[in-house]
Write a protein of this length. Structure first.
Length: 212
């Protein structure tokens, strides 16, 4: 008698795609951090292309402060960057294997996503000084772009400054929101992977098919 087909829950598919996204994001983020510590930043060059002298000076000053914060946090930032990179790669690989129906991939993926989330949370709390310095660089970049946009109309300078303040407020508000969203996304992935039907899909002996 032929074996019954095994149906893959829709939420499992979404969870695995979410795990792929989390793995890809942390691969990129971790590699960026590692590259920053292994390389060097040309601080003066950060102001190239900015016509306004005050904006150029402000941006270069904030980039210098960011590099100093990065160097001061090296004992925290370097291992967290390496861990983020390695865990991101592992999550990506095991998500691919889980999409292929590998039995052991589900359990490993749950553990890796939990570890990945722990490293992400640790980085959020332990590297706040670096994140704040990076945010100030983004603020300076945004202000310079807005001033450049309105440079032909000096009377619009007040409007540009107002827009820059609003952009800065949005950037500050987005940081904790993105942190919460990331934790929620990781939690949803873990919940989906540990539900009964997901376990049955991976542990059952029958052939897997997409649920319609």
């Amino acid at each position: 008698m032929p074996a019954a087909e095994r149906k893959r829950p829709w939420y499992l598919v979404l969870a695995l795609l979410g795990a792929l996204a989390l793995g890809t994001k942390d691969l990129r983020s971790g590699w960026t951090t590692v590259a920053l510590y292994r390389g060097s930043v040309d601080i003066a060059a950060q102001g190239d292309g900015i016509a306004d002298e005050d904006d150029r000076t402000a941006l270069v000053s904030r980039v210098r402060a960011y590099v100093q914060a990065l160097d001061a946090a090296k004992q925290r930032g370097w291992p967290l960057g390496v861990a983020t990179f390695l865990l991101g790669g592992a999550v990506f690989v095991f998500a691919i294997r889980a999409l292929g129906g590998s039995r052991g991939a589900r359990t490993a993926l749950v553990q890796l996503v939990l570890a990945q989330t722990g490293v992400y949370a640790a980085g959020y709390w332990l590297l706040r000084d670096v994140s704040d310095a990076e945010l100030r660089v983004l603020e300076a970049q945004q202000a310079a772009q807005l001033h450049e946009q309105f440079h032909e109309h000096p009377a619009e300078r007040v409007r540009a400054d107002d827009m820059a303040r609003k952009t800065s407020a949005m950037l500050h508000a987005a940081t904790p929101v993105l942190f919460g969203f990331r934790l929620l996304a990781s939690a949803l992935v873990v919940v989906a992977l540990t539900r009964r039907r997901s376990r049955e899909y991976f542990d059952g002996p029958r052939e897997a098919v997409e649920e319609r």
